[in-house]
Design a protein around this ligand. Structure first.
Ligand code: THG
Length: 656
């Protein structure tokens, strides 16, 4: 166990305060920032605090020592802006590695005089955001890509590790996609170096609504990063301790790792300064600690060694928060969380944002009408979809490009961005492209043992690095499983590989035992519904914690064009599959009718087909179908409510 892991079990750890304000006190000039190394640098460097690690290491070390003297257990390296992305503002991006390495060495030197103090390598959010457009007129635009962030964070992590930091701290996270890129890079870096050190994450809530800048709630933020085996998660900066309180409380309830909080010294005044005194701040911190919210506390903007001293005194009085044991639930997230609770009947995954599953969507995407294609997603949300399946697998499309463009636009549509995304493609590079566009915890649809175990493991590990859950199809080297035995044995084999060799939580595994069309006229197809339902029952028992899903509309492909019969088949099939343990399904959201509402004569015919009750079942249903051609329910978004007066509109919106 690393020293800090032992220390955090014994006491509440104190993290240091602001670096920037301490540097300001030295009233440094341009030439201090330049030193000798940058004497002839083409840009002004004043204000590039991180460059002081190279040009005035003496000052940075003094500041660290002041915080250590005040009682800080953890000091942060002076590297908040030391990625090549942020350093570009000063034309010093070529020095990023050197800054990080030097910063770590300075901090380590400072802790050298103490036992049991730790250096956290600070990794800021960068000055760019991967989830938001820098241009209001072009919501699909992004100022930085996932790959660029991974590249920059990898270099920073490597410099910090080479300089000897004890932990890495990804902090002031305002966009979870940036944070996920940092986690991705850190994981790559650990793999390259064959080491692992603790990782801390600290997000920031920038407005009173309790969301990150990129729009996530605190619980969605946690769900989106919980894959990374974190030492701690917490919040820093922003609005100060008072406003942070409810969000730290939430995190401390839902996160099964250490909790950190290092707020600003209150809200900034008109001059942008922070003036909460050490005494006042101590009271807030005492409240955090005595309420059992935190394991690590400290200060951000406006806090000084006096503030840290006051906090260290309070920290000594209390025991650290015990880490809670959480229920093993499947959790997904868009801007908001989706937690699969026991009392939840079924999760609807909207199927229509699929170029092979909707003629309308396909036409809109292929003609480049992406904004209109978004309305297909909104219709699914309105129809009750809780996850959106997005598929761009069409020969005439550049699927990677289409996936990226559509997801970027979708993410700027608040009503749709609330939902987790199911990234659906048979091409793994399209899936990876999709994963790079979403900040939440997505579901990959799908992987399988089709091309053997080695490729399966390779893909599973990449998905895990992005923090997504995964749909596994019952498909192996021999082909798609259609019998109960093959469905069950393939899923069990995949379950064992994922949980034992890829470190997957069972809750992140969703099996799809293949829903195939019945009543096609081919006799072998007649057992397909029964086989799915029976396999579901057995897989749920054999693979505890995992979920079962399937493409429900496949079952009725033989009745294309006859929505009345199709909808009856879908709901009757779901009624029985859910009882057998099916947890979620890809459906035409809004078009799944209630089992009890299916006309009894139709229901009898449908169930004869689904349960393969007689040789005449297919013919009887086909016969019925020919008499009720057309029909089916219409899903229309009625926008009349928008013409009402304001109170009625609000009422409608609230009820919705
Ligand atoms: N398992 C998993 N993923 C899947 C499937 C699955 N993804 C795709 C598919 N199967 C599920 N999605 C759909 C989407 C639409 C239809 C069927 C399955 C569908 N569409 C109408 C049709 O083809 O008749 C479209 C009509 C129209 O264009 O309006 O039926 O099994 N993991």
């Amino acid at each position: 166990m690393a020293g800090i892991e032992k220390a955090v079990q014994e006491r509440i750890l104190v993290i240091d305060g602001a670096m920037g304000t301490m540097i300001q006190n030295y009233k440094l000039s341009e030439s201090d920032f330049r030193g000798q190394i940058f004497e002839h640098h083409h840009n002004d460097l004043k204000g590039n605090n991180d460059i002081l690690c190279l040009t005035r290491p003496d000052i940075i070390q003094q500041i660290h020592e002041a915080y250590l003297d005040a009682g800080a257990d953890i000091i942060e390296t002076n590297t908040f802006n030391a990625t090549k992305i942020s350093q570009e503002d000063y034309g010093t991006e070529g020095h990023a590695y050197a800054i990080n390495m030097a910063a770590a060495e300075i901090a380590k030197r400072a802790t050298g005089n103490y036992d049991d103090r730790f250096v956290a390598g600070a990794m800021g959010p960068t000055n760019k955001t991967a989830s938001l457009s820098p241009d209001v007129n072009n919501p699909g635009l992004r100022g930085v890509s996932f790959d660029e962030l991974v590249d920059a964070y990898f270099e920073q992590a490597e410099g910090l590790i080479d300089g000897g930091v004890d932990v890495l701290l990804v902090e002031t996270v305002f966009d979870t996609l940036n944070c996920k890129a940092a986690l991705y890079a850190i994981d790559l870096c650990f793999e390259k170096k064959g080491i692992k050190i603790p990782v801390m994450i600290s997000g920031t809530i920038t407005d009173a609504s309790g969301r990150t800048l990129s729009g996530q709630t605190v619980d969605a933020f946690w769900i989106s990063i919980a894959h990374a085996d974190l030492f701690s998660v917490g919040l820093n900066c922003a609005l100060g301790a008072k406003e942070m309180r409810p969000h730290i409380q939430t995190l401390s309830r839902i996160a099964d790792c250490n909790i950190s909080a290092y707020p600003n010294a209150g809200l900034p005044n008109e001059l942008g300064e922070y003036d909460q005194s050490p005494q006042i701040m101590r009271a807030y911190i005492r409240d955090f600690i005595s309420s059992g919210f935190v394991n690590i506390i400290g200060g951000c903007c406006g806090t000084t060694p006096q503030h840290i001293k006051a906090m260290a005194e309070v920290a000594k009085e209390f025991k650290p928060r015990p880490i809670p044991t959480l229920k093993n639930q499947s959790r997904f997230a868009g801007l908001e969380p989706l937690i699969v609770r026991e009392d939840m009947n079924f999760i609807n995954v909207g199927e229509r944002t699929n170029v092979t599953g909707s003629k309308k969507f396909s036409r809109l995407i292929q003609s480049g009408q992406y904004q209109d294609a978004i309305s297909v997603a909104l219709d699914q949300v309105e129809g009750g979809a809780q996850i959106l399946d997005v598929n761009m697998d069409e020969g005439l499309l550049d699927s990677k490009k289409a996936m990226k463009k559509f997801l970027h636009l979708l993410m700027s549509e608040p009503d749709a961005a609330r939902l987790p995304i199911m990234i659906d493609s048979s091409k793994f590079d399209v899936i990876v492209e999709g994963l790079k566009c979403v900040q939440g915890k997505s579901v990959v649809n799908s992987i399988s043992l089709k091309e053997g175990k080695a490729i399966f493991i390779e893909q599973a590990k990449i998905i895990k690095r992005f923090g997504a859950a995964v749909v596994v199809m019952a498909f192996d080297e021999k082909g798609q499983a259609d019998t109960v035995d093959r469905k069950v044995s393939i899923c069990k084999r995949a379950y064992d590989i994922l949980t034992r060799e890829c470190n997957y939580a069972p809750q992140d595994i969703i099996f799809d035992p293949n829903i195939f069309a019945v009543a096609t006229g081919i006799e072998e197809h007649n057992n397909y519904a029964v086989n799915f339902i029976e396999a579901t029952r057995q897989i749920k028992a054999l693979c505890p914690g995992s979920l079962i899903s399937g493409g429900v509309s496949n079952i009725s492909f033989a009745f294309r064009g006859n929505n009345k019969v199709r909808e009856a088949m879908h709901s009757a099939f779901l009624y029985h599959a859910i009882q057998a343990g099916m947890d979620m399904g890809i459906v035409n959201a809004g078009m799944v009718e209630i089992y009890e509402d299916i006309p009894k004569d139709l229901l009898a015919l449908v169930e004869d087909v689904l349960f393969n009750k007689s040789d005449a079942a297919t013919e009887a249903l086909t016969d019925y179908a020919s008499r009720v051609k057309g029909g089916g329910r219409k899903l229309e978004r009625n926008l009349e409510w928008r013409d009402n007066e304001i109170n009625k509109r609000l009422e409608y919106a609230l009820v919705k």
